[in-house]
Design a protein around this ligand. Structure first.
Ligand SMILES: Cc1cc2nc3c(=O)[nH]c(=O)nc-3n(C[C@H](O)[C@H](O)[C@H](O)COP(=O)(O)OP(=O)(O)OC[C@H]3O[C@@H](n4cnc5c(N)ncnc54)[C@H](O)[C@@H]3O)c2cc1C
Length: 509
């Protein structure tokens, strides 16, 4: 399928921008701020600017800026987390250039937390062997960073932010290069002419029933890139965060209990109060995420309990209130006082290591199509992401995309909107279709996978996708159901092809 829309859509050509950035998370905003101010930039956000993974990021941003740390140590920890599947050159770029982008954020007045001496407060997280994590607002690093960058964006004359505008597809000219972006706002479809489209659409959490990602995380940019012929890779590598806050509800966004809670001494316990990570890994609670997620998963299978617990009650109440204000408040809403009660947790979908294959300049194989942030597979995460490397990836590769665009100076060749055939009307309940995909993926493509289950799931998802491709509805619900099915199919294909367990992909025979 080439386009999500069909011939019934009245596609108006209204505007032209030098660069269209899909996504107003950290990758999109930082990319926009690095584009040459003489170029006209349009940033699209599916909802309002606050609805993104970036805004929700708690723990912080990793970079080798502390005394005694070096980019090389950061490279080593990243390669270990990636289980041998990282692209070393991409990791070196990330770790070498990251400290400069952090310095730029400091100069932009991102309010990073400081220690008693007025120096940057730098903490530890799982998988890091050095203190390397900068944070802001205690545990509101994403919110503070996005707010600061969004404010600067709002003052830039060359940048237009369009909220509540949904990206569907890129259009290509006769030579196969990008020449436009199809978008919709309140049911009105439009073709924006541009030679540069940057996909910064974030994660794919909505492919699963339980995720820390918001509703917008339906993998739209990745699915559109696939339709345009871009190469995707590492799609089987889905990170399940070991410690989503457990609640009775099974569908919707799960609140995250950040790794930093374990970094500050939180202990994982079962209902009987026993620690079960001591025998699971040398770093016990601070082991890589996939190991902790599987240990909890197995502990829950063994005990039949719905959740495990993080116990941080050894820390003083004042420290917890100051260090984890967001987590304290969110738990308090559910009657949990984290200074006295263990926090109920279980693994949930959290991060996507795979995505659109990009080079060191965030370029895809389609001329004029860039990808950065969580939607991209830049090579830095391999089979598993090291905690807090993703925000750094947004910065380093968002900037690199901008630098390439600045140097390329391409402009779109005007062409008429594509002629498309008509398809039948989508008559099914699209929310139910999406839930069906989520249920299949949560059963068969989750923390622990089995070959026969993956094959069964692939058959089901292919059937759902084929049905969706045969019809059309101008609703966002249709696009999202189609995209979620597209991403699910690629995850299952990747998981079936990778017959041995590695990193976040764990297959049981
Ligand atoms: C709860 C939580 C905590 C996290 N904590 C950390 C942490 O401490 N450290 C860390 O490094 N990482 C953390 N992460 C991961 C990190 O936040 C993300 O990987 C990163 O912020 C992704 O940024 P992004 O810019 O690529 O995408 P996002 O921030 O998710 O932004 C995606 C943007 O794309 C837009 N979009 C999507 N589809 C469309 C469409 N069709 N049309 C128009 N716009 C569209 C969305 O509206 C949004 O603006 C956390 C993630 C979560 C969910």
């Amino acid at each position: 399928m080439r386009y999500a829309i069909d011939g019934s859509v009245n596609l108006k050509i209204r505007e032209r921008f030098d660069v269209v950035i899909i996504g107003s998370g950290l990758a999109g905003l930082y990319c926009a701020l690095n584009v040459d101010p003489t170029l006209r930039v349009c940033i699209l956000a599916k909802e309002e600017i606050e609805t993104s993974n970036s805004y929700l990021a708690q723990g912080g941003i990793a970079a080798a800026v502390a005394e005694g740390d070096t980019p090389l140590f950061h490279v080593e920890d990243t390669l270990v987390a990636g289980s041998g599947l990282c692209d070393r050159r991409a990791v070196e770029v990330l770790c070498d250039e990251g400290p400069r982008d952090i310095a730029k954020l400091v100069s932009m007045h991102v309010p990073f937390d400081l220690d008693e001496d007025g120096e940057l407060s730098i903490t530890l997280e799982g998988g890091h062997h050095r203190n390397r994590i900068l944070h802001a607002g205690g545990d509101a690093t994403g919110r503070e960073t996005v707010k600061t960058l969004a404010h600067i964006v709002s003052e830039r004359a060359n940048i237009t932010l369009r909220e509540h505008t949904c990206f569907y597809d890129v259009t290509l000219d006769g030579s196969g290069a990008v020449n436009g972006a199809i978008v919709a706002k309140r049911g009105e479809f439009e073709l924006i002419e541009t030679a540069n489209v940057v996909v910064a659409t974030g994660g794919i959490g909505q492919v699963y029933r339980s995720s820390t990602n918001p509703s917008v995380a339906t993998g739209d940019g990745i699915a559109a890139a696939i339709r345009a012929g871009a190469v995707v890779e590492n799609m089987e590598f889905v990170q399940f965060h070991p410690t989503g806050l457990w609640t009775e509800e099974t569908v919707g966004r799960n609140f995250l209990i950040s790794e930093a809670v374990r970094g500050e001494g939180g202990l994982l316990k079962n209902k009987a109060g026993e620690r079960f990570m001591l025998n699971a890994h040398e770093l016990s609670e601070l082991a890589p995420r996939d190991i902790v997620a599987r240990a909890i998963f197995r502990e829950l299978e063994r005990s039949g309990e719905p959740c495990a617990f993080i116990d941080i009650t050894a820390k003083p109440a004042e420290f917890l209130a100051h260090r984890f204000p967001t987590i304290s408040a969110e738990c308090a809403k559910r009657g949990i006082d984290i200074s006295r009660d263990p926090i109920p947790v279980r693994p949930v979908q959290h991060y996507f290591m795979g995505g659109i294959k990009t080079d060191l300049d965030a370029k895809t194989n389609v001329a004029g199509l860039y990808a950065c942030g969580e939607a991209a597979s830049s090579g830095v995460h391999g089979a598993n992401r090291l905690a807090s490397n993703s925000m750094l990836e947004c910065l380093v590769f968002g900037r690199r995309a901008a630098e390439d665009i600045n140097a390329r100076r391409a402009s779109a060749v005007s062409e008429t909107a594509p002629e498309l055939p008509l398809r039948g009307n989508a008559s099914e309940d699209l929310a139910a279709v999406r839930l069906n995909v989520q249920n299949i993926m949560s059963e068969y493509g989750y923390v622990i996978r089995r070959a026969d289950g993956l094959r069964y799931a692939l058959g089901e998802i292919q059937r759902i996708r084929a049905e969706l491709e045969g019809v059309f509805s101008p609703s966002q619900g249709y696009l999202e159901a189609l995209n979620v099915a597209t991403i699910a199919e690629e995850i299952l294909r990747g998981a079936i092809a990778r017959t041995a367990s590695v990193g976040a992909h764990y297959i049981e025979v």
